[in-house]
Design a protein around this ligand. Structure first.
Ligand code: F6P
Length: 360
């Protein structure tokens, strides 16, 4: 019977991290009387440098609705995991030592893509690992849904909703820039839910002329305003043709002129139409606050699914959701893969069907 588990949250935070850890621990303490839970501070940092604390069931009470993470988090890039720290410490060996010193039966790791790669590395190194998919980006391959996503969709949607009234009074063009890193899922969903007129996502490179034409079409139809939901990773058709190296250079140059892609797009629209364009960047608010009801349920299911796998002694997996069912997905199958929006996705088709422009 298992006795000791470790928990850590790594990478950018999101809503429902606490709700998920609560699900895991409640799911285990229901069956194991003398379970010991160790929580590592600030993600992999705590595991590397042996910074942890023992948690009791009290720590997991009242946290279902609490945003952020009771453990703290940090970004520890996967590509640097094999690189010794400034004092020459071998991070992977250090993480293994902490694990063995505490005699852990398994380590439950909550995080996104980068976190998952390191989780898989630790699995390859022989540790018992369970990964739980968190991110507002919903870009983890092997699961239909990540916790945090729906909460962020609600916040980004609210931002677009709020813009609607002011856009209507002033008759302006507005851009709401949505997070999501290299993936457009969050923008697609918030854009549709918020009734955006134009949605620009990385998976569908835009042509600025088409964007401008969509705005003009609305003006001709007597609409006083246009709202664009622009993914932070949105890319133009010309830029999509660049090599990785040239695009990186282009982004470096752009950063000298514009704070983000929305400002570049706004500038081009103003140049071509002379219209005033206002930009709203909800930024990290999209990761903040309490998890929505959907995420609380999802997190409870994922947490309980992790507890079940631990009780079965099955490790080296991510607990995902596939076609509505909790699924144990081997880490070696999913680690390192990104789940992008398919331009042929039914949701994209539906949006196009009702006249939303993707600038393509
Ligand atoms: O991966 C989650 C995410 O919020 C992305 O949507 C965004 O690009 C990134 O993290 C922001 O990271 P940071 O919090 O390090 O600025």
């Amino acid at each position: 019977m298992i006795k000791r588990i470790g928990l850590l949250t790594s990478g950018g935070d999101c809503q429902a991290l606490n709700a998920t850890m609560r699900g895991v621990v409640k799911g285990l303490t229901n069956s194991i009387d003398d379970l010991e839970v160790y929580g590592f501070d600030d993600g992999y940092k705590g595991l590397i440098y042996g910074k942890y604390r023992m948690l009791t069931s009290k720590d997991f009470s009242g946290i279902l609705t609490q945003g952020g993470t009771i453990l703290g988090t940090s970004r520890q890039p996967f590509k640097l995991m094999r690189v010794p720290d400034t004092n020459g410490l071998d991070k992977v060996e250090a993480m293994k030592q902490t694990y063995y010193k505490l005699c852990l039966d398994c380590l439950v790791i909550l995080g996104g893509n980068g976190t998952q790669k390191t989780a898989n590395l630790l699995r390859e190194e022989g540790l018992n690992i369970i990964h739980l998919p968190k991110t507002i980006d919903n870009d983890i391959w092997g699961t239909d849904m990540t916790f945090g996503f729906q909460s962020a969709v609600n916040i980004a949607t609210n931002a677009i909703d709020c813009i609607h009234t002011t856009a209507a009074s002033h008759g302006r063009v507005f851009i709401v820039e949505v997070m999501g890193h290299k993936v457009g899922s969050l923008t697609l969903h918030a854009g549709i839910a918020g009734g955006a007129d134009i949605i620009l996502i990385p998976e569908i490179p835009y042509d600025i002329e088409k964007v401008v034409a969509a705005i003009q079409k609305r003006s001709k139809a007597g609409k006083r305003f246009t709202i664009l939901a622009v993914a932070e990773g949105a890319i133009s058709k010309e830029d999509a043709l660049l090599s990785k190296k040239d695009y990186k250079k282009k982004l470096e140059d752009r950063a000298k002129k514009y704070p983000s892609v929305s400002y570049e797009i706004a500038d081009k629209i103003t140049q071509k139409l002379g219209s005033e364009v206002r930009i709203t960047v909800p930024g990290h608010t999209q990761r903040g606050g309490a998890p929505c009801a959907y995420d609380r349920v999802l997190s409870t299911r994922i947490g309980a699914g992790a507890a079940e796998a631990i009780l079965d002694g099955e490790y080296g997996i991510m607990i995902g959701v596939v076609n509505g069912k909790i699924k144990r997905v081997p880490l070696e199958e999913c680690a390192g893969k990104l789940k992008m929006v398919s331009p042929k996705d039914q949701t994209v088709k539906a949006a196009k069907q009702i006249g939303i422009s993707f600038g393509d």
